[in-house]
Design a protein around this ligand. Structure first.
Ligand SMILES: Cc1cc2nc3c(=O)[nH]c(=O)nc-3n(C[C@H](O)[C@H](O)[C@H](O)COP(=O)(O)OP(=O)(O)OC[C@H]3O[C@@H](n4cnc5c(N)ncnc54)[C@H](O)[C@@H]3O)c2cc1C
Length: 435
């Protein structure tokens, strides 16, 4: 995005919510020398992508992964002085299910890297490799656009992607990226990601795994950036009501007036803040219609010598989808993070039972694995909206002048991700500047 233009006086913006969307909006506005105040009920920044303290360690409330195609997130990190090259481990696309499947993209220009990766993938027969290449070429031939959206599973079936390609490649990519199972996920949003990640520049397909806790990646340096430019970030400051009077927006009947508001709360938190705006009933209806998917992260601390063969390992057949070795990533030896995206039977287990089941899955893979020293399950029940075909996502501009939305659920060709959150925040800031 171009640098935002400096603004006239008379503008002061309230941003409600200090997640990645709200902080991206705040940074973009502060950069444009616009007075900005961020309100956040929690005592920490970052919303769903935040740091939590567990057993004296600064950990993430859920293991996150970025990809090279997250251009706005990477650009905004650089803007606030958070160097992605230092804070993120950049690794070429590699999907490894030990003993079952492996796909590694060599450092070749796109799309040769993908072609070579598919041709050399372990665990696929020749027929499956050719079918997977044909699928990508067919999608490329139609510019990754579908005439009508459909579930990912249906698209895969139409293109004969059953067997190992579906099980180890497309379905895991779908559930990790869209946090929605292939049977109900939007094929169009999935294709948007394939287009950018697999058919853009080679580096777009790189996995970027945080080396530092999530707070340090963006929210904390973003707040420092905003404050250094004269903006304000108020923690422990929930906004309960939002109204518009003749002289501007009023928050909680307070004395302050704001010329503009960017509402950057999660989708399930939007409704009460819009109930005084009759014109915004359609937004309230569209967020009410969203369904949600959970993400469970289980941290298991083993003795320091325990490690996985690679930073990120695929699991199938049990409840775990990916194991991240935090020792290899963040210098926390022996600490493994197990990730389970989307809904499933694991939601019926108690946290203790789930941690035990995950340990058993790990022990089957790492013979002689000692019991964990401690475990902690973080269950984010509404981690993201369920990214299904044809859902209505509200635009950032609303029917109320000078009131904008930001957040991962707003209109975007990406699913609920850090990138869609950051893009929405930057876009909302741009709309303020274009007033
Ligand atoms: C466990 C987990 C794992 C994930 N993994 C990945 C991943 O690997 N890669 C990826 O790209 N994305 C991932 N995501 C998704 C990503 O975290 C979200 O898409 C992103 O953080 C959403 O940011 P946001 O700013 O739109 O919303 P939020 O983070 O929800 O921020 C909204 C903020 O508004 C605040 N707020 C709410 N009500 C009020 C109020 N009344 N007044 C003031 N403030 C209020 C909230 O406290 C919160 O801080 C994951 C999410 C979870 C939960």
């Amino acid at each position: 995005m171009d640098r935002l233009e400096d603004l006239d006086h008379g503008v002061n913006v309230a941003i409600i919510g200090a997640g990645w969307a709200g902080m991206a909006a705040a940074v973009a506005l502060a950069q444009a020398k616009t007075p900005v105040t961020v309100f956040e009920p929690a005592r920490h920044l970052g919303g769903r992508a935040r740091t939590v303290e567990i057993e004296g360690l600064a950990l993430d409330n859920g293991q996150h992964i970025l990809i090279g195609a997250y251009r706005e997130t990477l650009r905004m990190m650089r803007t606030v002085g958070a160097d992605p090259d230092r804070l993120l481990l950049r690794a070429p696309l590699a999907i490894v299910y030990p003993g079952k499947f492996s796909l590694r993209a060599p450092r070749l220009p796109a799309p040769l890297h993908l072609l070579a990766a598919l041709l050399s993938a372990g665990g696929l027969g020749w027929g499956e490799r050719i079918a997977a290449i044909r699928f990508m070429m067919a999608m490329r031939g139609r510019a990754y656009r579908l005439d009508a959206d459909m579930p990912v599973a249906e698209l895969l079936a139409l293109h004969r992607q059953g067997g190992a390609p579906a099980r180890y490649l497309w379905e895991p990519l779908c559930v990790s990226a869209l946090n929605t199972p292939a049977a109900s996920a939007s094929a169009q949003v999935f294709l948007n990601l394939l287009r950018d990640a697999l058919d853009g520049a080679r580096a777009n397909s790189d996995f970027l795994v945080p080396r530092a806790d999530l707070g340090k990646l963006f929210p904390q340096p973003a707040a420092a950036f905003v404050q250094a430019k004269g903006g304000s970030v108020r923690l422990g400051a929930p906004v309960r009501t939002l109204d518009k009077g003749a002289d501007g927006f009023v928050l909680d009947l307070g004395a302050e007036r704001y010329s503009h508001v960017i509402l950057a709360v999660g989708p399930h938190q939007v409704d009460p803040l819009l109930d005084r705006f009759a014109a915004l009933a359609p937004i309230r209806q569209s967020v009410a219609a969203l369904a949600y998917e959970p993400i469970y992260t289980c941290y298991l601390q083993y003795p320091q010598e325990v490690s996985m063969p690679q930073p990120m390992t695929g699991f199938d057949g049990g409840s775990v989808q990916w194991i991240f070795d935090r020792g290899r990533l963040n210098g926390a030896p022996g600490l493994l993070a197990a990730v389970i995206s989307a809904r499933g039977a694991h939601q019926n287990a108690t946290q203790g039972a789930l941690a035990s089941a995950i340990h058993a899955e790990l022990a089957a893979f790492l013979p002689g694995l000692p019991p964990p020293l401690w475990t902690r399950v973080i269950a984010e029940k509404r981690a993201t909206f369920s990214c299904r075909p044809g859902i209505a996502r509200p635009e950032n501009r609303t029917a109320v002048e000078q009131l904008y939305l930001a957040g991962d659920y707003t209109a975007s060709d990406y699913p609920a991700t850090l990138e869609s959150a950051v893009r929405s925040g930057v876009l909302a800031a741009r709309l303020v500047c274009q007033r």
